[in-house]
Ligand binder design. Structure first.
Ligand code: NAD
Length: 292
């Protein structure tokens, strides 16, 4: 069925507008307080996808005037060396945000290391204190990807209040905080995952479908409710029959697009919003540090 109002949720354009505003604000605060906000992205090993994400983040920082204090460790770095680096960055008054790029090599305890980050510098919103604040509906640093989705929904004046939102995926990085943010905005939320038995049936009930599974073509046109709002967080690299590789989401975009009221493209939807929320969180931490 063709929708009357299919519209692309243009995360790339919105991210650009927010970054322009952040740049102006960073310039103003830098000339007032004498230093720019600082972000330290810590990366371990040579995972090419992680390296691309880190480059992206550092490039975005440079664009808005945030200073980068990132470090790149070899894959065999010890747990104590990263721990020491985090503790040093916690004390460094030029650093407002610390992000540990995941995934980490097997020998490192990611959960333990994330707990070492000062919650006031936890710009990825993954520290238990910030996740706990989200559960309680208190102010705190929010996970970047779900925060980016909420910002995108607000920008397009999509009211989630009372709507049935189905979130596919239950990771700490995306699915769980996404569900909590939707609840906070008064949606009725269902969370589905790999063990969910009636996924197509649930998807068909979604006024708002948010998918973060990492599975190309998981969501097909026959499953989507006509005029639904579809947010595709998934990022998957696929190779076509000619051997050309490209990025796709979890949704069969070409088939689903025309049935929806709003839909995010991949790339150019949620991805640019994630990076922008990281910059936004770094600015929030900086402002908090200046006040304290
Ligand atoms: P993850 O592997 O930690 O979690 C995936 C979740 O999806 C799990 O809870 C799993 O149960 C569920 N799942 C997987 N296959 C499923 C299936 N067939 N049916 C139902 N549920 C299924 O991954 P993650 O870190 O949450 O990331 C999810 C996806 O989002 C990945 O593609 C990742 O690259 C992407 N991502 C995008 C951004 C962005 O900025 N756009 C940010 C983070 C992650």
């Amino acid at each position: 069925m063709k929708s009357v109002y299919p519209q692309l949720l243009d995360g790339k354009a919105l991210a650009q507008r927010i970054q322009d505003q952040l740049k102006t604000e960073v310039e103003r605060l830098k000339s007032k307080y004498g230093r720019p906000p600082g972000l330290a992205v810590l990366m371990v090993g040579d995972n090419p996808a992680s390296a691309a994400y880190v480059r992206n983040k550092e490039r975005a920082c440079a664009k808005v005037g945030i200073a980068s204090f990132g470090q790149h460790f070899p894959a065999d770095v010890s747990q104590s060396e990263i721990e020491k680096t985090i503790h040093r960055l916690n004390q460094d008054s030029n650093v407002d945000g610390i992000l540990l790029q995941l995934p980490l090599p097997e020998h490192l305890n990611g959960v333990y290391l994330l707990h070492q980050i000062d919650p006031d510098k936890d710009v990825d919103g993954l520290h238990p204190l910030n996740l706990g604040r989200l559960v309680r509906g208190e102010t705190g640093l929010r996970s970047c990807t779900p925060a980016g989705v909420m910002r995108l929904l607000r920008e397009y004046q999509i009211d989630v209040n009372g709507k049935h939102a189905v979130v596919v995926g239950r990771s700490i990085l995306v699915g769980k905080p996404m569900a909590l943010m939707l609840l906070e905005a008064d949606a009725t939320v269902t969370v589905a995952h790999l063990r969910t038995q009636n996924l197509p049936e649930l998807i068909r009930q979604a006024d708002i479908l948010i998918t973060a599974a990492g599975c190309p073509n998981l969501i097909t046109a026959d499953q989507v409710k006509p005029n639904a709002i579809v947010i595709d967080v998934g990022i998957n690299r696929v190779t076509d029959t000619q051997g050309k590789s490209r990025l796709v989401g979890d949704v069969d975009f070409a088939a689903v697009r025309d049935m929806t009221q709003f839909i995010t493209p991949v790339p150019g939807g949620v991805g640019p919003m994630t990076v922008t929320m990281l910059l936004h969180n770094t600015l929030l931490s900086y402002q908090k540090q200046l006040r304290s």
